[in-house]
Design a protein around this ligand. Structure first.
Ligand SMILES: Nc1nc2c(ncn2[C@@H]2O[C@H](COP(=O)(O)OP(=O)(O)O)[C@@H](O)[C@H]2O)c(=O)[nH]1
Ligand SMILES: [Mg+2]
Length: 386
C-alpha cells in the first residue's frame, strides 16, 4: 500500500497529480481544507489536503512468489549437481578402501542435512512473505497512522475495534473506540486554578482567554497571580491583560507570599495562577514550583501542553510535571497542526481528562471545550479546526 498526501488548490489538480503519480487505480482516502503550514499560511486562502492510496500489495505478492519460484528452481538444480557428484564419487570409491567409503557416506549425509536446513529456511521465508503481504491495512489504520497516533495508542484502538461485536463498519467502530479514549473534565471555573507546563505552550495566553470569558462574558470577578518572574516580559504580558480587563493582579516572588496573595483576592470568584515552565533558560526546578503550588491549596490544576509536541517528548513532560498533581489537561495550538493524533497520545500518556483546547492566538476567543466525538471527527478527517 502506497499512501501520499497532496496539497492542492482544487480537486481537478488533485486528480491529475494522483493519476499521474499513483495511477488510475488509486483511491482518495480523505480530503479537507487546511491553511498552508508556516507563518505565510496565515495570510493565504485555504488549500485542500488530499490523501490518496494505491494498493500494490498484489504486485508485491506476485513478485515475491516469482522470486520464491526462482529459489526453488535453483535448489533443485543444486540437488541435481550434487547427485551427479555423489554418483561420480561412488564410482571412484569402488577402487578405494572401506574407511574411505565411510567418510564419503558421512559427507553425503552432511550435505543432505545441509540441504534440508536450507529448505527449511526457504519455506519459512515463503510463509512469512505470504502472510505479511496478506495482512492489508484498513482505511482506519491508515488514517490513524497519518494522524501520527503512536504505535501503542494505535494498537489500543485496533484491539478495541476488533473486540466490538456489532454491525457497524470499521470506521464507525474506530470512532467509538477513539471517543471512549477521550475523558472530558467538567471542572468548575471557580476558586483557585493553577496552570503548569513547559515554556511557550501558551499558559499565559490561555489564562488571558479564560479570564476574558469569565470576566467579560460571564461577569465574574477574576484575579490573576503570576509566579513567572524569570522571563523578561512575562509579568508585563499578564499585567497587560489584567489592565485591559480591569482584573486584580499580583506577582508572587516566594512560596510564603502565595497564601497572602490569595487571601488578598478573597472577594474574587476565580483566581487564575500563572506559573513558569522549566527550560534551559529558567533555573526554577519543578520541585521549587511545587513549593508554590502546595501553598495554593487547590485540586484544580491544569497541565498545559501543545498539540505540536513531538511524540517522544510527551511522556517526559507528562511525567516531569506529575509531582505538581495536575488533574486536567489543556491542549493548545490545535490550529498549528494538521494531524490530531497528538491529542489522543497526550491524553493516553497523562491518563487525565481534557478540560480545554486552544485554537489560535486571539484572546479571548480561541479557546473551547471539546468532546470525544469532536476529537474522533478531527482524527478521522470528518472535521477540521480552521
Ligand atoms: N497558534 C497558536 N498560538 C498560540 C496559542 N496559544 C498561545 N499561542 C502563542 O504561543 C506563544 C507563547 O504563549 P505564552 O502564553 O506566552 O506561553 P507560556 O510560556 O506557556 O506562557 C505566544 O506567541 C502565543 O500567542 C494557540 O492556541 N495557537
Ligand atoms: Mg507565560
Amino acid at each position: 500500500m502506497v499512501i501520499k498526501r497532496y496539497m492542492v488548490k482544487n480537486m481537478n489538480e488533485a486528480m491529475t497529480r494522483i493519476r499521474g503519480e499513483l495511477g488510475k487505480d488509486a483511491v482518495i482516502i480523505s480530503q479537507r481544507k487546511v491553511r498552508k503550514p508556516g507563518f505565510s499560511g496565515l495570510f493565504q486562502k485555504k488549500i485542500i489536503e488530499v490523501t490518496a492510496a494505491i494498493d500494490n500489495s498484489k504486485k508485491e505478492k506476485e513478485s515475491s512468489i516469482d522470486s520464491n519460484e526462482e529459489l526453488i528452481k535453483k535448489l533443485i538444480e543444486n540437488r541435481e549437481i550434487k547427485k551427479d557428484e555423489v554418483k561420480r564419487d561412488n564410482e571412484r570409491l569402488s577402487d578405494s578402501n572401506l574407511s574411505n567409503i565411510e567418510t564419503k557416506e558421512d559427507k553425503n549425509k552432511e550435505s543432505i542435512l545441509k540441504e534440508i536446513q536450507e529448505m527449511k529456511v526457504m519455506m519459512n521465508e515463503i510463509i512469512s512473505t505470504s502472510t505479511s503481504s496478506g495482512k492489508e491495512k484498513s482505511k482506519l489504520e491508515i488514517l490513524l497512522e497519518n494522524n501520527d497516533i503512536n504505535e501503542k495508542t494505535l494498537n489500543n484502538i485496533l484491539n478495541k475495534v476488533n473486540s466490538m461485536d456489532n454491525e457497524l463498519d470499521n470506521m464507525e467502530k474506530g470512532k467509538i473506540a477513539i471517543e471512549e479514549m477521550i475523558p472530558v473534565s467538567k471542572v468548575p471555573l471557580d476558586g483557585v486554578i493553577a496552570f503548569v507546563g513547559p515554556t511557550g505552550v501558551g499558559k499565559t495566553t490561555t489564562i488571558a482567554k479564560l479570564a476574558g470569558n469569565l470576566a467579560l462574558v460571564k461577569k465574574r470577578k477574576v484575579g490573576l497571580i503570576t509566579i513567572d518572574t524569570y522571563r523578561i516580559g512575562a509579568v508585563e504580558q499578564l499585567k497587560t491583560y489584567a489592565d485591559i480587563m480591569n482584573l486584580n493582579f499580583k506577582v508572587v516572588l516566594s512560596a510564603k507570599d502565595m497564601e497572602e496573595a490569595i487571601n488578598s483576592m478573597s472577594d474574587c470568584d476565580t483566581i487564575l495562577v500563572d506559573t513558569t515552565g522549566r527550560s534551559s533558560k529558567n533555573p526554577m526546578q519543578i520541585s521549587e514550583l511545587r513549593a508554590f503550588i502546595d501553598k495554593i491549596h487547590t485540586e484544580n490544576i491544569h497541565l498545559v501542553i501543545s498539540s505540536t509536541t513531538k511524540d517522544r517528548d510527551i511522556d517526559t513532560i507528562v511525567e516531569g510535571y506529575k509531582i505538581l498533581g495536575y488533574n486536567n489537561v489543556i491542549i493548545t495550538k490545535l490550529d498549528e497542526t494538521t494531524t490530531y493524533g497528538s491529542v489522543l497520545n497526550i491524553l493516553q500518556s497523562a491518563g487525565k481528562p481534557i478540560s480545554f483546547v486552544t485554537t489560535g492566538q486571539n484572546v479571548p476567543d480561541d479557546i473551547k471545550t471539546i468532546t470525544g466525538e469532536e476529537v474522533a471527527n478531527l482524527i478521522l478527517g470528518e472535521d477540521s479546526i480552521c
